[in-house]
Design a protein around this ligand. Structure first.
Ligand code: HMG
Length: 365
């Protein structure tokens, strides 16, 4: 097959695997520890519970297990994996990529381009785009990519971001688009800002909360503006079965939807209907696991794709502090309807252990 023929091949998600860590805590347990009304966390931020890692089960285990699940569901031969790209901001080495730890556990070595991608919560999406464009360019030949977005999001105890914490991983094989085609055209927007950052040597992020909210809203407005272009926004957006967002906490997504709706001159009722129909249902798993940084958007995308008929389309808005954002569009493939990756989340949720506030406090000492 010539490289031109390969370049013309449709590319996208061939399989998905997800993984959540073994512990969780409800936001109701955190509120009294911080002297807050639980309603602030549940209603004000829209959070429900946070996934928590253990010393034995951290970002490497999350990423590896999600990858194993994605590979098990993929019909291709493992020898065809020519790229392993891990998007994360939980890296624990300035040089050695997290992908090396994961490759070690998966037994992946040889003619594989293995690396880590960092851009706050946007890193997973960048890895997906690189893998997709690598295949679309023809440079991949017949090879496929294994892309992982994995993070443990922890704030300093007492930080206002603490109730939004979480953890999780999503792995995707980028190959034939059996689950979803990823459109070649996407809509990026970036601005250099200090909204959320973690200087070298510091354990926790520094956050300018109000600035981060503004940056996220501005990024969403500009990306959706580019998607709609000169067309009718009502028509462009109503054709989408679902619209997924990076979910730092669900109320952030609502704020962004309001901003986008106001930009298109929609009234409050129209915005609310749009949010409830197209956006809110995609965040069911996010509410239960909290912010999983790079994985958050892809947890929402995995949720939205399950059960779709081939040909139905969705959009995915990625945001990473610093800041970089990108709006992608995807089209469901024949394996989306079965949505077999939902069983990963169901199994992990049923097996995870809930801890109380006292246990959590001890774990953060
Ligand atoms: P805060 O300052 O403690 O909260 O932290 P607040 O005082 O702004 O209150 C939050 C909401 O709760 C407000 O609602 C209050 O009215 C409401 P709003 O006005 O926003 O609609 N509230 C109540 N509601 C019901 N009952 C009550 C009650 N009390 C208050 N009793 C903040 C909020 C988001 C700043 C904090 O959680 C934070 O710093 N989070 C981390 C930063 C963040 O997530 N930013 C989002 C955009 S940046 C991003 O997405 C990137 C990121 O994922 C990182 C990356 O890219 O790597 C974070």
């Amino acid at each position: 097959m010539t490289s031109t023929a390969l370049a013309m091949r449709p590319t996208g998600i061939a399989s998905i695997g997800l993984n959540l860590p073994p512990l969780a805590m409800s936001v109701e347990e955190l509120a009294p520890l911080r002297g807050e009304d639980p309603k602030k966390y549940r209603l004000g931020l829209g959070c429900d519970s946070m996934s928590l890692c253990t010393p034995e089960y951290g970002v490497v285990e999350l990423a590896t297990e999600a990858a194993r699940r994605a590979l098990d569901r993929w019909s291709g031969d493992r020898d065809r994996i020519g790229m392993l790209a891990v998007g994360t901001e939980t890296a624990f080495d300035m040089s050695r990529p997290l992908s090396a730890w994961v490759a070690d556990k998966l037994g992946l070595s040889g003619a594989v381009r293995s690396y880590e991608v960092k851009h706050a919560c946007y890193g997973g999406t960048l890895a997906v785009r690189q893998a997709t464009e690598w295949r679309m360019s023809g440079a991949a030949g017949d090879q496929a990519a294994l892309v992982i977005a994995a993070d443990e999001a922890l704030y300093e105890p007492g930080d206002p971001g603490e109730p939004t914490q979480g953890a999780g991983a999503v792995a995707m094989v980028i190959d034939e688009p059996e689950v979803a085609t990823i459109d070649s055209v996407s809509y990026p927007w970036s601005e250099p800002q200090f909204d959320f950052w973690r200087p070298v040597g510091e354990s926790y992020p520094r956050v300018d909360g109000p600035l981060s909210l503004d940056c996220y809203r501005r990024a969403a407005e500009n990306c959706f503006k580019a998607l709609v272009g000169t067309k009718n926004p009502e028509q462009v957006l109503s054709e989408l079965a679902a619209i997924c967002f990076h979910v730092p906490f669900p109320k952030m997504v609502k704020k962004a939807v309001v901003r986008v709706g106001e930009f298109f001159s929609w009234d409050a009722e129209r915005i609310e209907r749009f949010f409830l129909e197209k956006v809110n249902p995609t965040m069911v798993w996010n509410r239960l696991c909290g912010n999983a940084y790079t994985a958050s958007l892809w947890i929402s995308v995995a949720n939205a794709l399950k059960g779709l008929s081939a040909g139905q389309r969705i959009a995915a808005f990625s945001y990473g502090s610093g800041f970089g954002a990108e709006l992608l569009t995807l089209e469901a493939g024949p394996r989306a309807a079965a949505g077999d990756w939902a069983s990963d989340i169901e199994a992990d949720l049923s097996q995870r252990r809930s801890i109380d506030g006292a246990t959590y406090s001890r774990s953060r000492e």
